[in-house]
Ligand binder design. Structure first.
Ligand code: ZN
Length: 251
């Protein structure tokens, strides 16, 4: 190789090296614009992460005490749980009536079955979210399957005597959980095939209607704080009293 050839080779090498260098620099600047900044400032305005919710559609929720407690303690988790299970509801304004009343109550607009006041009962059925969520669990995982098992038809309508009422527990001077919209009195059920099953007429029957009612009352005890029915006393001859007041009874 003579001198002029080696000079030419050096020039070509320099051009190639410069070209590669610019290419790498361009690549680095393209990466820099698309990659996230390594030292982003924390976003202090971001809300704290939400605790995990409660899935009311899972049968296992019935036997999960921590999930059931969450429904009572955190109204936001409870509202989210109802919505996620496709229960629609309307929040109702707080109410004060002497020593009775409630805040953060709601009325169920639609669930799997309809929740209907019995003829002559108050038209509105305000209840705490914890009561609504447990009623949904009972309806979905206990009442409807038991109706299909014993009676061959799902429940379409739940008949209710009432929820909120400013009164004492019968024959006592203690306020009832009804006084705080934490209790419901269930009178009976209408099945999809039109049959009507009532606590008053069918609880003591030896047939499938009685088996159905006795099973759903017994299993309500796993969910509600207090479950009372015809076995308890004559005041409960025609309904199941279910409440989330924090006392415990299964009679
Ligand atoms: Zn009651």
């Amino acid at each position: 190789m003579n001198k002029s050839h080696s000079f030419l080779a050096a020039c070509v090498g320099l051009v190639i090296a410069l070209g590669a260098g610019f290419g790498a620099a361009n690549l680095r600047s393209a990466e820099a614009t698309s990659a996230p900044a390594a030292f982003a400032r924390p976003d202090f305005a971001a809300p704290p992460p939400k605790p995990p919710g409660v899935d009311l559609t899972l049968f296992s929720a019935l036997a999960d005490p921590s999930a059931l407690k969450k429904l009572s303690r955190d109204v936001e988790i409870c509202h989210d749980a109802l919505s996620a299970a496709s229960v629609t509801f309307t929040e109702v304004p707080a109410k004060r009536e002497g020593q009775c009343g409630y805040s953060e109550a709601l009325e169920i607009s639609s669930s799997l079955a309809t929740w209907e006041p019995n003829p002559g009962a108050p038209k509105d059925l305000p209840m705490t979210c914890a009561l609504a969520a447990k009623l949904h669990l009972w309806e979905r995982h206990v009442v409807i399957p038991a109706a299909e098992k014993y009676l061959g038809s799902p429940v379409q309508e739940v008949k209710v005597f009432g929820t909120f009422q400013c009164r004492n527990v019968a024959d006592t001077d203690k306020l009832s959980e009804h006084a705080f919209a934490k209790a419901i009195d269930v009178a009976g059920f209408v099945l999809a095939d039109g049959r009507e099953i009532t606590v008053l007429g069918d609880y003591r029957s030896s047939g499938a209607e009685g088996d159905f009612l006795r099973e759903i009352r017994q299993r309500a005890c796993d969910l509600f704080d207090v479950t009372l029915g015809p076995d308890y006393n004559t005041a409960h001859e025609n309904h199941f009293h279910l409440d989330v007041g924090g006392q415990h009874a299964c009679r």
